[in-house]
Structure formats: C-alpha cells, structure tokens
Design a protein around this ligand. Structure first.
Ligand code: QUE
Length: 357
C-alpha cells in the first residue's frame, strides 16, 4: 500500500525503512498505520529476534511528525474525524508499542532527527547515531510542545538539559546525544550497512539484548567531548525555575554571549508553547511514561487548535520567513487559565493505551 515505509525481514531482523526522503522522512498518519501492525506481528513472531529502523536518503532519520498536513487539515476544517485527532492517536499508539516492545528495537539515526523522529527511536532499547546526527525537539518554534514522550524523556536527561532542549529547540550532535543517554552507540555513517549486515548474520541464540549490545559495541567509536556537557552547569543554574520569567531573568543575570543568545532564542518561540512546555516538563518529572502520554495527547489536541500552530507552520515550513506573529504575543499576556485549560481532560477524546507486555 504505502511506499513511504518499507517493511521487510532479513534473517531474524525485522527492518523498517522510513522512505519519504523528500520530506526528510516526516512521519505521516499512513506511515503510522502501516508500521504499527507490522511491529505487532514481529513482536509475536518467534523467528524475529530484533527490529531495526532507519531512514532512506542519507539526510534524515525522521524530521518529525507530518505537522504540515495536520495544520492544513485544521485550517480547512475538514469534515469527519480530524487529522489532528487521528494522527496524534496513531503516533502515540505507535510510540507506546515501541516503548513496550518485547525485543531489541534498534534505531540507526543518521542525520536529522527531530520531534516524531525521537518518538520512533528513544522508546526502543538502542540508538546508534552517526557523525551526521542533528537531534532536536523544536516544537516551541511551531506553536506546539515537545510531544512523542518529551514530557517523559526530557526530564530524565542530566540536570536541566532536557528543560533547555525542550524550551529552546537547541540542536545536539553525536557527542551530546551520547552524553544525554539518548544515543547508546556512535557509529560512522559509512559503516551502518555493515552494522545491519552483522545484525542479520549474527547468532541470536543468546538473550537478544546481549546479542544486540555485543554487535553494536563492535561498531562503536568514541565521538569526543560534548559541548552540551560543558554547559551543563550553567544550564542547570538558568533552567531550574518553574516559571519562564525566572528562567529569562537567570539568563539575563548570567551575562555571557551564550546566555544572551539563549534568551533571544526563547523570546522568538511561541509564548503559549513555552509556558505549556515548562509545565509539561515539571509534571512529567514525577510521572510514568503512559500517564505522560495521556497528558500529552490532551496537549496535542489543545495546542493544534490554537492560532500559534497555524502561524508556526506558516513561518517555519510554508513561507519560511522565520517571523511568526504569536497570539498572545508575549509571555505576560498568556494567562494561567489558558495554560491550565490545555491540560484539562477531554472526556470524549482521551488516549486509550492497551496493556502490553
Ligand atoms: C518543529 C517541528 C517540525 C519541524 C520544524 C520545527 C516537525 C517537522 C518538520 C519537517 C521538516 C521538513 C519537512 C517536513 C517536516 O519540521 O515536526 O515535512 O520536509 O516534521 O521547527 O516540530
């Protein structure tokens, strides 16, 4: 049906290739719906010992969810079930399937990986990243929030680095990703085909986790020092606050070029997104993954219905003028009630997650 995701088995390995290279392999509803049943089948098939997921085209693993299609559908007020609802339900169900996957799930992350790309990788057991990695959660730039479990995995990164990454959309390289704990291995891009061949050729009679770890370790190369690690202390100092105003004031007090640039970056993001995201990350700190996914589904429906989502998509992905006109335009104009409303239960429209082993 869909050529946008290629599904095959090679020996004991189930292989997923995201195959929309012109859209940087952005994840569509159709791709979620093609992939999910295949993952169920591989989870149940004793001849499949591991799943590998990668992106086609050499530039991107996955640039995110197909937010452009979601925004267009909201703008057209399409009749029938909304694409925002269908897409986020399917994406969270898929992330949940991966989070609870009973076999080694190995992402080969070569190039751009943002938003939905983390959803397809961070929930599995292993992530091999390359020298081409560009990792980010940039959603506050398009009027939404770090979804696909950002409320769960960002607070579990060291110190306040997850808060920093989720609010600013800052990019990470391979060394940063390994230090964060996102990456489990760092492999030369040119050796990924050999790594895949080794996973296919290996003897899977020992426990799968140990087999996968041993094969990956054979391709691992140290990426050197992380720039993010070097800034961890100042990030912890500036991003510990529970209010955006406190974070901006801490950056101002810091007085360095980095702090000024970071403050300027935050002031370009959707004020509503920033306030919602900070609250999401603080709640997620003390919550398990499934509860966080239910919270995020509510946020996805609330924020995709707000004007900043249309405006963010216009400014970043359609007109590409990078000059969004946010509404409300400033942090001070976003009321606590507006933020709170985004977290409210929606009795007719909640995320239902099946119990998975
Ligand atoms: C924030 C995002 C996304 C983004 C840019 C942001 C996102 C996403 C894409 C994207 C990029 C290139 C494409 C495409 C989508 O960009 O989620 O189809 O060709 O998918 O600042 O969250």
């Amino acid at each position: 049906m869909s050529e946008d995701v290629l599904l095959e088995t090679r020996g004991a390995v189930g292989l997923v290739t995201l195959n929309r290279p012109k859209a940087l392999n952005a994840l569509s509803l159709e791709m979620c719906r093609a992939l999910h049943p295949q993952l169920n089948a591989w989870a149940a098939d004793p001849s499949v010992k591991a799943v590998v997921i990668r992106g086609a085209g050499g530039k991107a693993f996955c640039a995110g969810g197909d937010v452009r299609a979601v925004a267009a559908s909201v703008a057209r007020r399409d009749a029938g079930p909304s694409l925002s609802r269908e897409f986020f339900l399917a994406e969270y169900a898929l992330n949940h399937r991966i989070h609870h996957f009973p076999k080694p799930f190995i992402a080969l992350v070569d190039g751009i990986c943002m938003g939905g790309g983390l959803g397809l990788s961070v929930h599995g057991a292993f992530r091999a990243v390359t020298e081409k990695l560009l990792l980010a959660m940039p959603e506050t730039a398009i009027g939404i929030f770090p979804d696909v479990g950002g409320g769960w995995f960002l607070p579990r990164f060291p110190g306040e680095t997850g808060t920093y990454l989720g609010l600013t959309g800052a990019r990470c390289d391979a060394a940063d990703a390994l230090w964060l704990g996102y990456a489990t291995h760092r492999v030369e891009s040119s050796r990924l085909e050999d790594l895949l061949a080794a996973l296919v050729a290996t003897d899977w009679s020992a426990p799968g986790r140990d087999v996968a770890a041993r094969v990956l370790q054979g391709f691992h190369q140290d990426p050197g020092a992380s720039g993010l690690a070097a800034r961890a202390e100042v990030i912890a100092r500036c991003f510990q606050g529970n209010r955006m105003e406190d974070i901006l004031a801490a950056l101002e007090r810091e007085g360095t070029a980095w702090a000024e640039e970071t403050r300027a970056t935050l002031l370009r993001m959707s004020p509503t997104s920033l306030r919602v995201t900070l609250r999401q990350l603080r709640i997620g700190r003390g919550q398990d993954y499934d509860a966080t996914a239910r919270m995020e589904y509510r946020l996805s429906q609330a924020l995709t219905a707000r004007p900043d989502f249309q405006e963010g998509i216009r400014a970043v992905l359609v007109d590409k003028d990078q000059k969004p006109r946010w509404n409300p335009a400033t942090l001070a104009e976003v009321t606590d009630a507006e933020v709170e409303a985004c977290f409210a239960p929606r009795p007719e429209d909640e995320l239902e997650l099946p119990a998975l082993s």
